[in-house]
Design a protein around this ligand. Structure first.
Ligand SMILES: Cc1ncc(COP(=O)(O)O)c(C=O)c1O
Length: 377
């Protein structure tokens, strides 16, 4: 029985192919890529370039050098925002942004560098019109989270970005942390895609990516060694060296490459939706409130009138060995919108390693807890 339901935080377990690839890398060619002319360094470099190409293909980027390896999504988002905005700029963002976006924006705002406008949806989900009203001459960036890590809601990022491009010069940055591997996102009207390897791409932690549209030039927010043009006192302007300083996470990149290849052979979205439907049928029989979006993935936020999310997560963990996540999930504004701030919700989230039986086990456990709470309450 798979009782790990915290896949929105990080997917676990990982496919055997990912584990094997990391092990192969560490045992056979874990030399420093791009920092030596010898055979092992070249082999390491070749793996990095293959991964760059395949990530590019996944996100519709034909320029290999526009795929930048980062530590995680947080790093990629910092790189994108800090590398793009200038003093006096205005940035729009959704209420569903993770703190990986919000804290960068609010810090820059506090320092007086930019103005931030959090756009609220008029209806249940965002429409392009929600953003058009807020665009002005100073708006140079719009940050969109593709899938909420609180409710699983899918935002119509392509339609929004198309409208933004038709009406302004602002760039669109899409955070695909929760959607990559489940939904397709391509460059086009979207200018920058930031993601992380350890969620639905099934890679290890410690590796993420930023994919840039053609002609987008960011200032580096981290400078240092590139193994290239070492005589130059300043960071080389060429991509990807401009944005990639320091030794990359080669085993992480190897694992991410294997994860991307593995997930591309799965019908991950259909599997996810099947599990969501089973969950929906069963949870109705309880007093749990589910903050279910009209269009969403298997990231499920719940509250119960008789117990706090934290207590529910503790009961699940200590009594039933079920892993979940309680609280604000690093997305405080999403909870303000839902009316679940500051206590947050109990979040359960699925992966390709769950079967229908696993989800039934989860719902039966939630029903048992509900019955006990009702008796006690
Ligand atoms: C929507 C979203 N953005 C960004 C992140 C940050 O990802 P990482 O911790 O890998 O940087 C997360 C992680 O939970 C997320 O769900």
């Amino acid at each position: 029985m798979n009782t790990y339901f915290d896949n929105a935080a990080t997917t676990f377990p990982k496919p055997p192919e990912v584990i094997e690839k990391v092990q192969e890398c560490l045992t056979r060619y874990a030399a420093n890529p791009g920092r030596g002319g010898h055979r092992l360094a070249r082999e390491a470099e070749s793996l990095v370039e293959t991964a760059r190409t395949e990530i590019g293909r996944l996100f519709g980027c034909s320029r290999q050098e526009n795929v930048i390896f980062t530590l995680n999504a947080t790093d990629a988002i910092n790189m994108a925002i800090r590398g793009w905005v200038k003093p006096g700029d205005r940035v729009l963002a959704t209420v569903y942004e993770h703190n990986a976006v919000l804290r960068v924006l609010f810090e820059l705002e506090k320092k007086g560098i930019i103005d931030v406008k959090i756009v609220c949806p008029q209806g249940k989900n965002y429409t392009p019109e929600d953003f058009l009203a807020d665009l002005d001459e100073r708006t140079t960036l719009v940050c969109l989270n593709h899938v909420s890590n609180v409710t699983g809601m899918i935002l119509p990022v392509e339609a929004i970005s198309q409208a933004i491009k038709q009406n302004s010069r602002a760039l669109v940055l899409v955070d695909v942390s929760q959607s990559a591997g489940l939904l397709h996102t391509k460059l086009g009207t979207i200018d920058m895609i930031a993601g992380t390897g350890h969620k639905h791409l099934y890679g290890p932690m410690g590796v993420g990516f930023l994919v840039l549209g053609e002609g987008i030039e960011l200032e580096p927010w981290r400078v240092g060694g590139t193994g290239y043009l070492s005589e130059e006192p300043l960071q080389p302007r060429e991509m990807p060296f401009r944005l990639e300083a320091g030794t990359p996470n080669l085993p992480g990149i190897a694992g991410l490459l294997a994860g991307i290849r593995w997930v591309s052979h799965q019908d991950s979205f259909s599997h996810d939706q099947r599990l969501v439907e089973i969950f929906a049928r069963e949870i109705e029989k309880t007093d749990f409130t589910w903050y279910r979006p009209e269009q969403g993935v298997g990231v499920i936020s719940l509250t119960h009138p008789l117990a706090s999310p934290q207590d529910l997560a503790t009961i699940l963990d200590s009594e039933y060995d079920i892993a979940s996540r309680a609280g604000l999930q690093c997305a405080p504004l999403a909870h303000k919108k839902l009316g679940t701030f500051p206590g947050g919700t109990l979040r359960v989230s699925f992966s390709l390693f769950h079967t229908e039986e696993d989800v039934l086990h989860l719902t039966e456990t939630l029903r048992a807890i509900d019955t006990i709470l009702r008796k006690e309450g």
